[in-house]
Ligand binder design. Structure first.
Ligand code: ADP
Ligand code: MG
Length: 263
């Protein structure tokens, strides 16, 4: 169980998201097809600065695709997406900067296998953010410490456990000073005993005020760490609510059915 102080911090943060700032991520009327498959259907979604939105729903409902459109790993057919008020750039340095602003952590850790942990974390800041190498290394070491793998900096990814690799992937995204972090089922590929170390890292990020969009199958985690739960089915947002309301009082048949299977 989490200490009570965590709950206070999360409640505090939930208030901060209610200040009425312009949304950091805004999707309006977004549609996407893969061939004949209508994979995103009129998606409207706003994520406030500092907010933690968790996306849940059955496999194949479009959760990953939705995430990937936010940093333009997938294009959209219609609608609009803005990050920090600006439409997504489609190419060149603008696109590279977008991908730095919108950090992404995947199910498979996607670390560079032939580079050390430290190099994995410094590469982006040096190449994309044009950071000085010394400064990038210092920051990388701080971030690796923060996610609890500071003593693994000189190793290759394969020498680390899955949980450690995923925390390196989180540090790598953080090194770009992202405005928002996307997590697509970051614990699905992990052995059970390593899931919590990654979830705890995400909770501490949330407490530090990071704006987060998280696709997860970890319902207990969603319930305790989300500001808002978005339930997707068949490419559409079917309902969204506070975790408390969603888990105790789901409204749609789809959500009731889903929760009946996973809880
Ligand atoms: P989820 O993450 O909720 O499981 P996805 O966004 O991965 O769902 O996929 C939604 C649907 O789109 C699924 O039917 C999937 O098979 C299909 N899909 C995903 N990526 C592609 C692709 N690159 N080409 C064709 N179909 C895809
Ligand atoms: Mg997925």
């Amino acid at each position: 169980a989490r200490p009570a102080a965590d709950d206070a911090a999360l409640a505090d943060r939930a208030h901060r998201t209610e200040r009425g700032d312009a949304p950091l991520v805004r999707m309006k009327g977004v549609n996407k097809h893969f061939g004949d498959l209508h994979v995103l259907k009129d998606i409207d979604l706003e994520v406030a600065r500092g907010e933690v939105v968790m996306i849940i729903g059955p496999s194949g409902s479009g959760k990953s695709t939705l995430c990937r459109t936010i940093n333009r790993l997938e294009t959209i057919d219609s609608g609009e997406i803005t990050v920090d008020g600006k439409p997504l750039p489609s190419e060149g340095r603008g696109l590279a900067r977008l991908r730095a602003d919108v950090g992404m952590v995947f199910q498979s850790f996607n670390l560079f296998a032939h580079k050390s942990v430290l190099q994995n974390v410094t590469l982006g800041p040096v190449k994309v953010r044009r950071k000085d190498r010394g400064a990038a290394e210092q920051r990388a070491r701080e971030l690796l410490d923060r996610v609890g793998v500071g003593n693994q900096a000189e190793k290759l990814p394969a020498q680390l456990s899955g949980g450690q690799q995923q925390r390196v992937a989180i540090a790598r995204a953080l090194a770009m000073d992202p405005k928002v972090m996307l997590f697509d089922e970051p614990t699905s590929a992990l052995d059970p005993e390593m899931i919590n170390e990654v979830l705890d890292t995400m909770v501490s990020l949330a407490k530090a005020g990071m704006t987060m969009v998280v696709v997860t199958h970890e319902m207990g985690f969603a319930r305790r760490a989300a500001d808002r739960v978005v339930f997707m089915a068949d490419g559409a947002i079917v309902e969204q609510n506070t975790p408390e309301e969603f888990f105790t009082n789901p409204r749609s048949e789809r959500a009731k059915d889903f929760l009946g299977k996973v809880l």
